[in-house]
Design a protein around this ligand. Sequence first.
Ligand code: AMP
Length: 282
Amino acid sequence: MLFTKTQKLQSKLEENLFRNQQVGLVPTMGALHSGHLSLIGRAEEKCDVVVVSIFVNPTQFNSSKDLEKYPRNLENDLEMVQKTFPNTLVFAPSVEEIYGEELKTEKFDFGRITIYMEGQFRTGHFNGVGTVVKRLLQIVNPHFAFFGEKDFQQLRVIERMVEITKLPVHIIGCKTERESNGLAKSSRNELLSPVLKEKAGIIYRCLQMAKKEVYKSSIPEIKTKIKQDINALPKFELEYFEIADVQELIPTESIQPNMRYRAFIAVFVNQVRLIDNLALNY
Ligand code: AMP
């Protein structure tokens, strides 16, 4: 069932709240794939009513070209959701419905977790993400909201935003779905040719190499090797590769005992920006 207006969605949700049912929210930017469906699946298992939002949020893009070329296909998305999860409610609001007249971004104090990686290379991105997710949480008022580990820094940012704002919601992190060559499923993969999509499997292989080598080689050695391997492929350019602790997301050059680390990577493939990450020692 499709909703484009906040009020209509809220009236529908009130019926469920009245019956004391658990509500789940899965925020997405559409161009849905099996990664999104796995989040909806988790939500359907855990909740009585699930809302999937489809909204390409302009304030989280730091390049107008990137926003323009972001894939959009609401008809396909609706068909996909209806086929697999016929009871899921789809909320696809307009930009005005979410922001009103003015595209204003709220400034959050996320602390150290947004200094590096996506925070460093996409200025203002996480304030945009925080703004839209806060708004969606206020509209839907869910008991649970589901986010992918594929965007691990985003997941940590949302957890922090919920702490700051004290919104009464539990955030659930979900595993990354991958193509058969290991490439993390992403709406942006649609922008790649089949050949480049196949070659982009190197991104996951680099993460796996880091996992294998993390206690054998030094982190600078791992970084140099990954940079060489990625940049050796035509049309591929490494933006960053970092190993960072999962708590503060501060890149490190050496592994400390009793700390949990992930490897994080961002690569341009023919100007399409792909990100991924992998747990290294837990
Ligand atoms: P997006 O539409 O890219 O903003 O993603 C919407 C949600 O789906 C976010 O919580 C993402 O982390 C999650 N997601 C994106 N790709 C994947 C994937 N391959 N596996 C699992 N979750 C994903």
